[in-house]
Design a protein around this ligand. Structure first.
Ligand SMILES: Cc1cc2nc3c(=O)[nH]c(=O)nc-3n(C[C@H](O)[C@H](O)[C@H](O)COP(=O)(O)O)c2cc1C
Length: 432
């Protein structure tokens, strides 16, 4: 751990700096924003607990570490220029991946994480918020810009500074905006959870494997749809993380509530987890385009739809004409719930349906719709080049091309030559 001083126009500030261990040519940079009681001019204070203590004692540290100390009585928001200047300097050092900078806070430092990240969303690849609240001054519009920034919040149920009700409000607000947040709650813990939180092996793994910031133009909505709809997208890079029962069944439960013709509920799901004995067989069904990336998902779910149903008041099966359409609604519920809970879902039509029917012994009166790849967002840089370039939420055609009033009027749906010109204009992606 190196103790350094950085000279700013307003004076020198002490900071701590440690290099990543291991031989990776480029590693993330994790930046600690300390709490109010650690202000001053003694950076040793920053090593007494939480991330600082973890970093100082860890035998291996697959990320670079930086911790600036602000003066006694100072507020983080007043030192924004200094923090960003130092960040730029350290991010330019060899071996530091400037696309993988994580802001990690404790207490007032966590509030500062929200403040800085919402003001500079393009700078940060992930955020860790420990025992700190989301400041009311951060507006929804600014927060929505963090739609592609994974966030992990830790909180204690007996935190006397930020009560449970406040943090639950924060989480509800973040969820409503569709941000990819993960929440770890310690019901019995008080405010001082920095050691527990930063010693969590899963968090340390998460910091080490944080994906590079997703580039691309952020999606915007001219007509104010909820960010939930705008922020859902279909990545191909998945992190190496198992999906637990609670997360998986939450997605399928959301699907259960989809609407369907005559409430026929034709959807059926067969899930196979990565690592299970069936995994090789199910990934063997995928087309050559889809297998390389979809094999890294946490689970694949086969969505079936029953082609017949028993209408209320009858005892015979009759055709369910809209079974596929209804199954599509169920897929959308899965994808949106995944987005809400910090997971991602990617629909796949490129697989061998006949072999899938045989593998899962699906009876004739069920159609095989799609496979759904589920996982946490991974590092897009690990994808092969053609996929890497496409690893970003794609645009959409403008509403004006899709809506007509009172009559059929879709001039953009002209023959192919015209359509090609239109999609060039709008930047619309060609379908997979
Ligand atoms: C029914 C369906 C089938 C799809 N099949 C594939 C597929 O086989 N391979 C693939 O890479 N993406 C597939 N996709 C993903 C689409 O290409 C993607 O949803 C679309 O480009 C819009 O991007 P977005 O989901 O990121 O907004 C499929 C999507 C749907 C809804």
């Amino acid at each position: 751990m190196r103790h350094e001083l950085y000279s700013f126009p307003r004076g020198d500030l002490p900071y701590l700096r440690a290099d990543a261990t291991g031989n990776s040519p480029s590693s993330p940079l994790v930046v600690l924003l300390h709490g109010a009681r650690d202000r001053g001019r003694d950076p040793e204070k920053l090593l007494a607990h939480g991330l600082g203590r973890y970093v100082a004692h860890a035998a291996e540290r697959p990320y670079h570490f930086l911790a600036l100390q602000i003066p006694e009585n100072a507020a983080w928001a007043d030192w924004e220029d200094e923090l960003l200047t130092l960040l730029d300097t350290v991010a330019a050092e060899p071996g530091v991946d400037s696309q993988r900078i994580v802001l990690a806070g404790f207490s007032a430092g966590s509030a500062a994480v929200w403040h800085f990240a919402s003001r500079h969303p393009e700078r940060f690849a992930a955020l860790v918020v420990v025992a700190g609240q989301l400041p009311d001054s951060v507006e929804d519009r600014a927060l929505a810009a963090l739609a592609r920034t994974p966030i992990w919040v830790f909180h204690g149920g007996r935190d006397e500074r930020v009560p449970e009700a406040k943090i639950r409000d924060n989480i509800a607000r973040i969820h409503a905006l569709g941000l990819p947040v993960r929440f770890t709650f310690y019901p019995e813990a008080d405010h001082f959870i920095s050691d527990t939180a930063y010693n969590t092996p899963a968090l340390q793994h998460w910091l080490a494997t944080v994906p590079r910031r997703t580039s691309g133009t952020p999606r915007t909505s001219a007509d104010d749809a909820d960010p939930l709809f705008i922020n859902r997208w279909s990545p191909r890079a998945f992190a190496d993380e198992a999906i637990d029962d609670a997360s998986l069944f939450r997605l399928l439960e959301a699907a259960r509530w989809a609407p369907s013709a005559g409430n026929s509920q034709p959807w059926r799901f067969i899930h196979v987890r990565n690592g299970s004995p069936r995994w090789k067989e199910v990934t063997g069904l995928l087309s050559d385009n889809n297998r390389p990336w979809a094999s890294k998902a946490s689970a694949l779910v086969l969505l079936l739809s029953r082609t017949t149903f028993i209408r209320p008041g009858t005892s015979e099966h009759s055709p369910a004409h809209k079974h596929s359409f209804d199954a599509g609604a169920a897929w959308a519920h899965v994808a949106l719930q995944a987005s809400l809970s910090g997971w991602h879902a990617h629909a796949i039509t490129g697989y061998d349906t006949e072999r899938a029917r045989a593998l899962f012994q699906v009876p004739e009166d069920y159609d095989l719709e799609i496979l759904i790849a589920l996982g946490r967002l991974g590092d897009g840089a690990t994808l092969p080049p053609p996929l890497r370039e496409r690893e970003t939420p794609g645009p959409r055609r403008p509403l004006v091309e899709l809506v007509a009033e009172d009559r059929f009027a879709f001039p953009h749906d002209a023959p192919d030559t015209v359509r090609a010109a239109v999609s060039q204009e709008t930047g619309a992606r060609t379908p997979a």
